[in-house]
Design a binder for this molecule. Sequence first.
Ligand code: TMP
Length: 216
Amino acid sequence: MSDLRSGLFVSFEGGEGTGKSTQIKLLAEALEKQGHSALLSWEPGGTPLGQKIRSLLIEPSEDPMSARCEALLYAAARAEHVDKKIKPALKAGKLVLCDRFIDASRAYQGWARGLGEAPITDISLWATEGILPDRVYVFDLDPNIGLERVKARQGGKLDRIEAAGLEFHSNIRKSYLRQASKDPLRYKVIDASQKLERVSEMLLEDCTQWLKSKIV
Ligand code: TMP
């Protein structure tokens, strides 16, 4: 998609509790068996500085963070991640599997926080020097179910973003589905309400086909 590079970049998106982090690990293991070794990473985070920014972003705080500060912190973590990890891996010809990327900023900050998808896209593209994923998997799930899963997993506790309310999370789902519908060749929506095994089968099947079309 972007500048001089020979690797492939896949991102995984979705609201809270869709099971995407588990699915990425299962996919990486299955691809490994097929002879593709993948670099797994995540946002916000993926680097030591990114992890510090992640804490600022997700830890609950008495003092509410402004939406623009939040957007810039996600972009800052992404800039560091791309510079230190993603770009070098792509230049070395690796397959990069990343848990969230620019689409998350468009959905959460651009749409759900109301900052606008266009300015958020500009900030993020500036931060990443234009790097975009070649393939995006959107894990789609009713946010009521997703948030219940998160609560069950975390003993009822929610982080700062998870606690933003049902309307916020419903908007995130809408934004992801809209982003995916605009570019159906690059995005693939996965029904995350299905059984874990079924989701991983579908993901592996699609990713294998997609990789075949890319590696000639
Ligand atoms: P995670 O749950 O996938 O680890 O992501 C942490 C939280 O950060 C999650 O609630 C989604 C949110 N997020 C944004 O709001 N904007 C972004 O750009 C990214 C990458 C994540």
